[in-house]
Design a protein around this ligand. Structure first.
Ligand SMILES: [Zn+2]
Length: 213
């Protein structure tokens, strides 16, 4: 079966589109976060090491994430996989390529979701979350009826630190330095599919469904 990786800057809607795409095609969605949580729950030796990094607030090292991926993926899946947020670096991408030899796993293409910096900054900085029930709103695309208050529980709405403009710009910078080189990597292999993700969710999903075989 076909396997794809989703690439794109923070705020481009990668997680949502990947999940929707998986549902539509009956594929399996794999994110590094899910794998890390599953391993911790399984209580394996690797899971214990992962737990130590997570508890101390540190980043889980690349080689552990790669081991997890290689343990989880198989070359003969009936449904195929969508890798969400992975690979993130050239090093990881090279290791994924090597999985063709080790476990028979082949990435058909990297699907690149594209939107301008301004669009993703607007999307992320407009997000608000309810302190009470965790419902999410967007100042432009889904505002609450009363400014600053949750429609469901009248809780106070707040902005996550991650969504503040300065932080968003910094996340974009990290993406550009770390992940954008992957675009050339897959471009050189002739295995990139570019999707315009600058519109609303339904339009973006239609573009995705049309362009991915
Ligand atoms: Zn609420």
């Amino acid at each position: 079966m076909a396997n794809y990786a989703f690439l794109g800057p923070p705020g481009v809607g990668k997680g949502t589109l990947a999940a929707e795409f998986c549902n539509a095609r009956g594929m399996q969605h794999v994110s590094t976060g899910d794998l890390l949580r599953a391993e911790i729950q399984a209580g394996s030796e690797l899971g214990c090491r992962v737990q130590e990094f997570v508890s101390s607030g540190g980043l889980v090292p690349d080689d552990i994430i790669l081991d997890l991926m290689e343990n989880f993926l198989t070359g003969d899946s009936d449904t195929g996989y969508i890798l969400d947020g992975f690979p993130r670096t050239i090093e990881q991408a090279e290791r994924v390529e090597a999985m063709a030899e080790t476990i028979g796993f082949r990435l058909v293409a990297a699907i690149l979701l594209e939107a301008s910096d301004q669009i993703v900054v607007d999307r992320l900085t407009g997000r608000r979350i309810c302190r009470g029930c965790k419902a999410t709103y967007h100042l432009s695309f889904g505002p609450p009826q009363q400014a600053g208050l949750c429609d469901k529980c009248s809780g106070e709405l707040y902005q996550r630190g991650d969504d503040q403009e300065e932080t968003v710009r910094r996340r974009l910078e990290v993406y550009r330095n770390q992940t954008a080189p992957l675009i050339d990597f897959y471009d050189n292999l002739n295995r990139i599919i570019r999707i315009d993700a600058s519109s609303d969710k339904a339009t973006n999903f239609a573009a995705l469904s049309e362009k991915v075989p």
